[in-house]
Design a protein around this ligand. Structure first.
Ligand code: FES
Ligand SMILES: [Fe+2]
Length: 459
């Protein structure tokens, strides 16, 4: 399949209703129809270091407690006491989620106790119930949980399909990148003034780059594709520039300006300093050396190959080994995957950037937005950054992300205008957004995109 060929039913121009973004009824319906039916990314395996380590995952009215119950076993439970329904583990005020270590679980209300496997092992004055209390009614209720690529996923639907099946083809196509070996460099979250879909869609296409991030235009113009992947997911990437045959070029956007040695270095330095994502210090330093290591006139493909080879060697020398990934897979996997409904992974062989957004209560105008960057570290040197609460400012998130945030609240408000009929995403570069609505409609029973036909208005 060529990068340039539309490969799904949404290759035609489409339009869809704004209800999914601004309707409170829709936001309420999402709880049962969407959030309680899908696999949700809830944390990283390395967050649960020892037996007894736990984290919580919060999604609207549900809180899930994830615990390491044995050196190689994680389990998830509804975070609620079966006695009278108190949350078992509280999320401390101002924190993203609960986390810590426990030998056993004790409810703070009347003192019911549970072992790490969720089984009740103490009830004060148990005899008062006679023989009415069974193990089933006094144990914690399990939640489906599985891991993939170092991420913990939960699913509130007791009858859900297996995680790996749900994630295909992303699960297989991203497997060679060995994302489970990466560790977090920073992770931030905030409460933003837009629907969770507006936040996710600020990052699921490349069409906005030329206008929202004009600084990147000086490094070359790169047209981006977007494709449906499997039943629910999608991915995006860059078309390979005409004079460049390496698949990796499309992925890494090596500068295609007059002197690719210089533009590659400039783009790397800009990305490192102004976005703080999608690259590593090793890649930046290797790019800075290109003008000394290669003669003037070296073609872009050769510049790219030299740059990656020397960065790979630099990392290997400090004990950081990038996986070898078939160039065909690198090309087809693109730059980022949108895992339905609310998780995006921007993957590479030595780093990744993830975005996630969840509703913030039932206010359709608000969401919890999160981003994290990961890379490969020498063993024993991995940082363990906590989730940092950050308002959507340049100071807190760096310049490039603040450019993206600058659109979010304005889109949320603009979509409420009496003069706006519905989004009309670019059928090639922004198809991911239409794909998301097509898939949302499978769960919600409404809001599927329809063919754009002049100034038509979707129901
Ligand atoms: S609600 Fe937990 S012990 Fe009563
Ligand atoms: Fe952006």
């Amino acid at each position: 399949m060529s990068n340039n060929k539309p490969d799904d039913a949404l290759s035609e121009a489409a339009i869809y209703s704004v209800d999914a973004y601004i309707s409170e009824d829709y936001a309420r319906a999402e709880r049962d129809k969407l959030w309680r039916k899908v696999w949700l990314q809830a944390g990283r395996v390395e967050d649960l270091e020892q037996v007894g380590s736990y984290i919580t995952y919060e999604i609207l009215d549900d809180s899930v407690l994830i615990v390491r119950t044995a050196p190689d076993t994680l389990k998830a439970y509804h975070n609620v006491c079966p006695h009278r329904g108190r949350r078992l583990v509280d999320v401390p005020e101002g924190e993203r989620n609960g986390s810590g270590y426990m030998r056993k679980l004790v409810c703070g209300y009347h003192g019911w106790q549970f072992d790490l496997d969720g089984k009740n092992n103490h009830i004060p004055f148990r005899e008062d119930w006679g023989d009415s209390l069974t193990e089933a009614c006094t144990s914690l209720k399990p939640v489906n949980m599985d891991t993939w690529s170092g991420f913990i996923f939960i699913n509130l639907d007791p009858n859900c399909q297996p995680l790996k099946d749900y994630l295909e083809p992303a699960a297989s196509m991203l497997e060679p990148f060995q994302l489970q070996n990466m560790r977090c460099r920073w992770r931030k979250w905030g409460v933003f003034d837009c629907n969770w879909k507006v936040a996710m869609q600020a990052f699921n296409e490349t069409y906005h780059v030329q206008t929202t991030h004009p600084e990147f235009n000086q490094y070359g113009s790169f047209r981006g594709w977007a494709r449906a992947q499997g039943e629910l997911h999608s991915n995006i990437g860059y078309d390979t520039p005409k004079n460049m045959d390496g698949n990796q070029a499309a992925k890494l956007r090596v500068g295609e300006a007059a002197d690719p040695r210089i533009s590659t270095a400039e783009m790397q330095v800009y990305t490192w300093e102004k976005a703080n994502t999608n690259t590593t210090e090793t890649l930046v330093n290797a790019a800075k050396r290109l003008k000394d290591e290669l003669p003037e006139g070296t073609p872009a493909t050769a510049v790219l190959q030299h740059w990656l080879k020397s960065a790979r060697a630099d990392d290997a020398a400090r004990g950081v080994h990038w996986p070898e990934v078939d160039p065909k897979i690198v090309g087809e996997s693109g730059t980022a995957w949108q895992l339905f409904p609310n998780f995006q992974i921007g993957h590479a062989v030595n780093n990744m950037l993830t975005y996630q957004a969840r509703p913030h209560g039932y206010d359709p105008d608000k969401c919890v937005f999160e981003a994290a960057v990961y890379e490969l570290y020498p063993e024993g040197e991995e940082p363990k950054p906590a989730w940092k609460f950050c308002p959507p400012t340049e100071e807190d998130w760096c310049y490039v992300l603040s450019q993206d945030f600058g659109n979010m609240a304005a889109v949320q408000q603009g979509m409420k205008s009496a003069g706006f009929h519905g989004p009309k995403p670019n059928p090639y570069m922004e198809r991911t957004t239409a794909i998301m609505h097509k898939n949302l409609a499978k769960f919600m029973g409404e809001g599927a995109p329809i063919k754009l036909n002049g100034d038509n208005k979707p129901e």
